[in-house]
Every structure is written in structure tokens, then in C-alpha cells.
Design a protein around this ligand. Structure first.
Ligand code: SF4
Length: 356
């Protein structure tokens, strides 16, 4: 574990992310007139074609960006599918709307392509909370453990791992390793790691990281909301605290939660993940109602309000600017990329052999 008594660096990171949260407006509140937004949309469409580029967007980005990605033949998905779509698409340039590790993953999988991001400032509390020097020292202290890291990490952390997993495949990979008698070192999300540990019974040593969005969901608030909507099904991402996961009818990755909303016949759903996902849920299930799970409670100062501040840094404006200027390119040094590719490839190969 990171040394809790020597926590200056960690405090600086927390200060930095609090600053980011405090300084960013709510991502889904329109800040520009419809005429300005229409201008950017048309300009982006033109530039995507002119530059042989495709837009890949995460479920948590502004719905305006998700809609544009779909309209222009790009994709809206989770981080792994974004990278796979980008790798298979013929476009020479990938515009990745999301957070930095997603751009890095796309570049690792597709080194021959140019990968641009609307902003390089958009990061993730899990990535920030797992710096390579501390993580590497932690791994060195536990050489008997297989190192499994979540996709929400830097290229350097991935390169130090034996396996990379996404939330959609974490259980299967850890089950597989446990069956082989391997002990796991898991990083960085302690809640997802703890969920995986409980579900599989594996020997899992956890790094102490958390997602600032999912960590904020409150079990008491969900219980109160269930009293108001007794027919609602509760959908929870496993980056949430265990008391919240315990209330879930469906626990899963973003894609699995969307699938749960589609396949269950209920008309109402309480959703504990970033509310950007409501765009896709509503599109897939127009007759159903989606209710955001409570975060900090009534009257409290909400730290995340079910909206990732870093995802919210992506906008039509900076998307247009990056296409015009060609900056914000993701670069991953060749040796690092090759090392990070190994645990990623291991996951992709494993996934291919899963049923369905
Ligand atoms: S929602 Fe959480 S895990 Fe996802 S990018 Fe934001 S901080 Fe990271």
C-alpha cells in the first residue's frame, strides 16, 4: 500500500483534483447558443472527413459529443470497445473523447495511427492515485503475486502489470487466475477489487484507489429513493462502495448496465454511475425512466454529483479546436508501448475464448 504517513504527494493530488472539480462547470449544462453549437457540429463533421478521422467517445462524455460520434460513423462505448473500434476502423486519425488513459490505450493498440484528444488535461482519480514509482515499489514488495490492473491506469502502470482488465472482464480473469492457485495484487480501484475478491474468493491484495464519482453514491439515499420508486431496479457500477453494491439488482460495467436496462422489463431504474450514460440508456430504452442515484445527500456540497469532472472537460469547442490545430496528440514511447501491450493483449486473447 502507499505509505499513509508520507502522504504529501497524495495530498497534492487530491488538492489538484478538488481544484479541477471546483473550477469546472456542470458538463451537461448548455453554455452556448444553439447557433454556436450548430456551427461547431458542422465544422467538426467537415474536418473529420477532410482529415480521414473518426470520433470515438465514452458513455460519460457530454451527450452532444456522443450524438455527434454516432452521426458521423464513430462510436460511443466503454474504454476497451473504444480502443478496439479505433483499431479496426480505416480512419488514419482517432479523435478520442474521454480521459487520458483512453487515448493512451488507443495508441498502444494502434501505434500506426494518429491519436488526438480534445484535451490532455482530462485525467482520472484512479490514474492519478496510482503513480508508477509508488506502484512499482508496492509490486516489488509482493513478488509472489500476479499483478492485475484496471484499464484506468497510465501506460507505465500497465507496463508493470501481468494483466490489464476492464470492469466487464475482471471477475472472469481473477476467477481464472485463482483457479490456477495464483495470488493477486489488484490496482487501483479498491471498491472494484473488493467486489471481485468477494465474488471470486480469490486472495487479493488491494491498492488504495477510488473513483471520485462512484465513491460518492450513498446507500441510505438509494434506500430512500427505492421507497419513492418501489418498482425501480437498481443498476450499480462496481467502482461504488460495497454498501451501494449490496443494494444492486444489476452490478456491472457501463455496457453491462445498459444491457441490464434493455433486457429487464421494469419501467424505472435507479442508476449509480456517471449520468452521461443516460444518453445511451434513454436512446436504447425510450419508454423507460432513469433516475440518478443520490450522491452526497440533500443540502451537502456534492463533490461529483454523478458527473466526472474530467469527462466534462471534453466539449464541442475543444473537439473542433483539436481538429483545426492537430495538437493534443497522444505519444507513448515505443518500449513502454510494447511492454504495456503485453498485459493488454493477454486480456484481449482471454476475452476471445470466453463464451458469447
Ligand atoms: S468516472 Fe471515475 S473512473 Fe471514470 S474517468 Fe472519471 S474519475 Fe476516472
Amino acid at each position: 500500500m502507499p505509505n499513509r504517513t508520507d502522504s504529501n504527494e497524495a495530498n497534492q493530488r487530491i488538492d489538484a483534483r478538488n481544484f479541477v472539480q471546483a473550477s469546472i462547470a456542470h458538463p451537461y449544462k448548455p453554455q452556448h447558443s444553439e447557433a454556436v453549437l450548430a456551427h461547431w457540429r458542422e465544422r467538426i463533421k467537415h474536418l473529420l472527413i477532410a482529415q480521414n478521422a473518426v470520433l470515438v467517445a465514452h458513455y460519460y462524455t457530454d451527450p452532444l459529443i456522443q450524438a455527434l460520434a454516432e452521426e458521423t460513423g464513430g462510436c460511443v462505448s466503454d474504454s476497451l470497445e473504444m480502443a478496439r473500434f479505433g483499431a479496426e476502423h480505416p480512419a488514419q486519425t482517432l479523435i478520442v473523447a474521454g480521459v487520458k488513459f483512453m487515448g493512451e490505450t488507443a495508441k498502444i493498440l494502434t501505434p500506426q495511427k494518429r491519436v488526438l484528444m480534445p484535451t490532455l488535461e482530462a485525467t482520472c482519480s484512479l490514474d492519478l492515485g496510482c503513480p508508477i514509482d509508488q506502484f512499482s515499489a508496492f509490486c516489488d514488495q509482493h513478488p509472489d503475486r500476479t499483478v492485475v490492473v484496471y484499464a484506468n491506469t497510465s501506460a507505465a502502470v500497465k507496463a508493470r502489470a501481468d494483466w490489464v482488465v476492464t470492469s466487464s472482464i475482471a471477475l472472469e480473469v481473477v476467477e481464472y487466475l485463482d483457479a490456477k492457485g495464483e495470488k493477486i495484487l489488484w490496482a487501483p480501484d479498491k471498491y472494484l477489487g473488493s467486489y471481485v475478491q468477494k465474488q471470486t474468493g480469490a486472495d487479493v491484495l488491494l491498492w488504495d484507489g477510488a473513483c471520485i464519482v462512484h465513491e460518492e453514491f450513498k446507500a441510505k439515499g438509494i434506500i430512500d429513493l427505492k421507497a419513492l420508486y418501489p418498482e425501480a431496479l437498481v443498476l450499480v457500477h462496481p467502482e461504488s462502495p460495497s454498501a451501494v453494491v449490496a443494494l444492486a439488482d444489476v452490478v456491472g460495467s457501463t455496457s453491462q448496465l445498459i444491457h441490464g436496462a434493455k433486457t429487464h422489463s421494469n419501467k424505472q431504474f435507479i442508476v449509480a454511475t456517471d449520468q452521461g450514460i443516460f444518453y445511451k440508456m434513454q436512446q436504447q430504452c425510450p419508454a423507460k425512466e432513469f433516475i440518478v442515484a443520490p450522491t452526497a445527500g440533500s443540502g451537502a456540497t456534492c463533490r461529483s454529483c454523478a458527473s466526472c469532472p474530467w469527462m466534462g472537460m471534453n466539449s464541442l469547442e475543444n473537439l473542433c479546436a483539436v481538429l483545426e490545430q492537430g495538437d493534443n496528440e497522444i505519444v507513448v514511447e515505443t518500449k513502454l508501448r510494447e511492454r504495456a501491450m503485453k498485459p493488454l493483449q493477454r486480456m484481449l486473447d482471454f476475452r476471445q475464448h470466453l463464451p458469447g
